[in-house]
Design a protein around this ligand. Structure first.
Ligand SMILES: *Cc1c(COP(=O)(O)O)cnc(C)c1O
Length: 563
């Protein structure tokens, strides 16, 4: 029935509709952008994720910047249709029944990629099992393992129950989904009672799997003790396979995916290199991430592109012609976005930010290595240079993971820095960063700031959203920016491109470099406005035309899907 679909894309989180809280951040937003590009390009794919009935969390911020987390309330059936099939999976010897909800992701020409959200909240399940698909990245390790069983194993079963019998490629977006390989191995065995898994079975599964790894941060790679795995999953033929379940008494889902995929990639050139060092002996390619161009381009720039670059929606490469957009019209489109953002900020914070002041934006997960507070390393220096070169104001946003105390402290530090630096600097921290706020911020600030600790930023995507809206980046050379930065043309680089990959972190040096470059940016913005506007258009022409999911999906098609 559904035999024309050849690719199944599995992701623990998918941010596809703005009002569906089924994502936490970059990984989920990328998954949504990937699916939308697949629909635009009529790629015969389906996608699978978990429902996350209580979302990730709704973030509130107290006076001192302390984060308060609340479950997100949302109505699943306002967005999706319940599908008839039921499948089940065994967890701790209990049968867990699973249903799914369908979201239809529509491409530019109307082609639909169905996205199935798995849901265990069924009356026939034990109370604890009903909650397995409630919280994204919630609770403890065992909860995570159970979720990954639901995603990987029942996900494949659900696709079969829905009639998808001829999937040629299973794409694991991060290791969370890699238990799907166990179900594929089981499918190989079915009908051959009592036989063990052979080398050919493993090869057959490997030929059908694709794995994208997303982070050089160790905590991003799930590992479970084999004791827990046995307790939760029971025995499995595959556990005795050498070179598939390596690593003795732990199950590492990244290695499982590496061992059972015929194509593996990191998400930027540099991240490919870093991953090859992390996982020696594996062939790891790189496909640099992108963002979905029409989703992340603001209305004012969409209108400009429609006039000056007709066809850009179908062919994102043609954004290369952005240099033909008149500078003053691009500026006006930008000022419109900036006014809209600042009105929002002022309503939320009563800070009275004004549209003529150079405005920097910084929004990403609040976690140590992203170093949101690098710009506050030396408050005197910051005061001095802005006194000399010109005023700036800053807008921050981002959630800290529930268990990330360092990340939570980081938010508090930005709150206290903003008190210290008032009234010379207006600094806002907006609560509950989500896609809608992301759209507003990446289009509405003048310069997008990014200061991670290299080489921890696998790719980063929000700077790409900014580029589509003519907002240049001022960023540490890491992730995608190594490829996207042409100094003074598409933005500005912080730090040293020639640093050794294993060089120790040097926060003080990075801060010094940030201040030097910031002084330069302030100068360009206030003293040479025409130059600044040219940088805006170059960032669209050179980066918007390339760092989009249309180009990215073409690379997956060439290298991974139909190979
Ligand atoms: C784009 C986006 C992210 C990811 O941003 P990075 O720059 O990759 O860290 C996270 N959260 C939201 C809401 C986004 O829109």
């Amino acid at each position: 029935m559904n035999n024309e679909r050849k690719i199944a894309y599995f992701s623990m989180e998918i941010g596809i509709a703005e009002a569906m809280p089924t994502y936490s951040g970059g990984l989920g937003v990328l998954a949504g952008d990937t699916i939308l590009a697949g629909a635009d390009m009529k790629i015969p794919m389906v996608a699978v994720s978990l429902l996350h009935r209580k979302g990730y969390f709704f973030q509130k911020l107290a006076e001192d910047g302390s984060q308060i987390e609340e479950p997100v309330a949302w109505s699943v059936d306002d967005f999706m249709e319940e599908m008839p099939p039921r499948v089940s999976v065994t967890i701790e010897n209990r049968t867990v029944h699973v249903r799914c909800w369908k979201y239809e992701a529509q491409g530019g020409s109307g082609y639909v990629v169905p996205v199935y959200f798995l849901d265990t909240d069924l009356e026939e399940n034990a109370p604890e099992d009903r909650e397995l698909t409630h919280f994204l990245y919630g609770r403890d390790k065992k909860y995570r393992l159970c979720q990954e069983i639901v995603l990987g194993i029942s996900g494949v079963r659900m696709l079969r129950a829905l009639g998808y019998d001829e999937i040629d490629r299973f794409h694991m977006n991060e290791g969370h989904a890699s238990l799907l390989t166990l179900e594929l191995l089981d499918e190989q065995l079915r009908g051959r009672d009592g036989q063990t898994i052979s080398g050919e079975d493993v090869s057959a599964v490997r030929q059908r799997c694709v794995f994208t790894t997303h982070t050089p941060v160790a905590a991003g790679h799930d590992q479970f003790s084999m004791d827990l795995v046995h307790q939760v999953l029971g025995p499995h033929e595959a556990f005795s396979l050498e070179n598939v379940f390596c690593c003795g008494d732990t199950l590492n889902l990244t290695y499982l995916a590496l061992n059972l995929s015929h194509y593996v990639n990191g998400v930027a050139k540099k991240h490919g290199e870093v991953s090859r060092t992390m996982f020696e002996g594996y062939q790891i390619d790189a496909i640099t991430n992108g963002v979905h161009a029409t989703r992340w381009t603001s209305e004012s720039f969409q209108e400009l592109f429609d006039v000056y670059i007709p066809g850009w929606r179908e062919d994102n490469f043609s954004l290369r012609y952005a240099l033909s957009v008149p500078l003053d019209e691009a500026w006006e489109a930008h000022q419109q976005n900036k006014r809209r953002l600042l009105q929002f900020v002022n309503r939320q914070t009563n800070l009275g930010m004004d549209v003529d002041t150079l405005t920097l934006g910084f929004a990403r997960r609040a976690t140590s290595y992203k170093r949101a507070d690098l710009i506050f390393s030396d408050a005197d220096r910051l005061r001095q240079l802005c006194g000399k070169a010109g005023k700036i104001q800053l807008i921050f946003a981002g959630k800290a993971h529930k268990n990330d105390e360092d990340g939570k402290n980081l938010i508090r530090r930005i709150f206290s820095a903003s008190r210290e630096l008032a009234p010379d600097f207006l600094i806002a921290y907006l609560a509950n960063y989500d896609m809608e706020l992301g759209r507003l911020m990446t289009a509405g600030v003048d310069v997008w700031l990014n200061t991670p600790q290299p080489p921890m930023e696998a790719s980063g995507t929000s700077g790409m959203k900014a580029a589509l809206n003519g907002v240049p980046s001022l960023s540490i050379l890491d992730g995608w920016w190594i490829e996207g930065c042409i100094e003074g043309i598409t933005g500005w680089a912080i730090g040293n491109n020639h640093r050794q990959a294993d060089a120790p972190p040097d926060r003080a040096a990075d801060a010094r470099s940030l201040y030097e470059k910031l002084e330069r940016v302030i100068h360009v913005y206030y003293q040479t406005p025409v130059q600044f506007r040219k940088v805006m258009l170059s960032s669209i022409a050179l980066n918007g035309s390339f760092f989009n999911t249309q180009r990215m999906m073409q690379q997956y098609v060439m290298k991974a899907y139909f190979e």
